[in-house]
Design a binder for this molecule. Structure first.
Ligand code: UTP
Length: 308
């Protein structure tokens, strides 16, 4: 078996980033030289995922333009000023195909129904294959080959899992923000992958079953669609992925986790504070301007926040 399809949900409203996201999707915010979503697509390409389906909405068509190879600005750029780097948009040559579909909404709903509903929109694209999911507002920065998602896929196939969840360690004051996994006590949390018994959404610090938080990357068997569909009938407004994964666990399907390595970083573009951090880190790593930005920031800090 082989995993070649990835579903990238980008249909959220981005309300935590207002007013930035009134007209610009958060997935298109620049993080260094690329918009966030292009870092995600590069991560998919590095994991050998060749068929990318974006789950979009009416306000996200700019994402289609970003990956449209008819929009070629190379003849317009001035060779003496600025960069000719078009951002590796040679996806056709690299064998990567893009597909787009809209997330369906209930006519009575005031907002999209959540990431579970986004994934359900991928059912006919996925067909009967195992597939990856990568949230379009989260970047995983790594220098490792295989990268995080590629290691998740390896583990998923090796263990015959129904679901593989990407996780990372968080501090106890942060558990209330994330889905937290309950590891199987028989497994070693430091191993390449470990089985889980449950998943708890945003627990209190004293109820958290571990300090391992979900990290916006998943690999699923198509069995997940049945679990999500069951929730669409029962649940209220929001359909989360956590409940669907709990359904797999209740049916005793193998669900495992792969953790981020200590020198891999997850950047969430969902709030201003985490977005600023992502932009600064990528600007500092920029081969052309990183050193100048570092000097600038050091001078800013030295002058107590006043622009030097
Ligand atoms: P989030 O829940 O973090 O995004 O979803 P959001 O709903 O846009 O956030 P706020 O609360 O309004 O600020 C993670 C990813 O899943 C997509 C988002 O676009 C984001 O990339 N998403 C979210 C969907 O595709 N559909 C949804 O119904 C919700």
């Amino acid at each position: 078996m082989h995993v070649r399809k990835v579903v990238i949900p980008v249909a959220g409203l981005g309300t935590r980033l207002l007013p930035t996201t009134r007209a610009l999707p958060k997935e298109m915010l620049p993080v260094g030289k690329y918009p966030a979503i292009q870092h995600v697509v590069e991560e998919m390409a590095a994991a050998n995922l060749t068929k990318c389906l974006f789950i979009t909405s009416h306000s996200k068509t700019i994402i289609e333009d970003q990956f449209d190879n008819n929009v070629d600005l190379s003849s317009q750029s001035d060779p003496n000023h600025g960069s000719n780097d078009q951002g590796q948009l040679d996806y056709i040559l690299r064998g990567i195909e893009f597909f787009y579909t809209r997330q369906q909404a209930l006519s009575s709903a005031s907002r999209p129904r959540g990431t579970g509903a986004a994934i359900l929109a991928a059912e006919s694209f996925v067909d009967k294959e195992h597939f990856a999911v990568a949230y379009g507002d989260t970047i995983i920065n790594t220098r490792h080959t295989p990268n995080f998602l590629a290691r998740m896929i390896e583990s998923h196939l090796e263990h015959g899992s129904a679901c593989t969840v990407g996780v990372r360690p968080v501090t106890s004051d942060m558990v209330g923000r994330y889905g937290i996994v309950k590891p199987d006590p028989a497994d070693d949390l430091n191993a390449d992958s470990f089985a889980i018994r449950d998943l708890v959404e945003k627990p209190g610090a004293d109820e958290a079953p571990s300090l391992m938080a979900v990290s916006a990357r998943y690999v699923f068997s198509p069995e997940i669609f049945e679990e999500i569909r069951a929730l669409t009938q029962a649940a209220g407004e929001e359909i989360g992925v956590t409940e669907a994964i709990r359904g797999l666990i209740r049916r005793e399907k193998p669900v495992r986790c792969v953790r981020l390595l200590p020198d891999e970083t997850r950047y969430d573009i969902g709030s201003h504070a985490s977005y600023y951090r992502a932009f600064i880190d990528f600007a500092l790593q920029d081969p052309e301007c990183g050193d100048r930005i570092r000097e600038y920031l050091e001078a800013c800090v030295k002058h107590a926040g006043k622009s030097p």
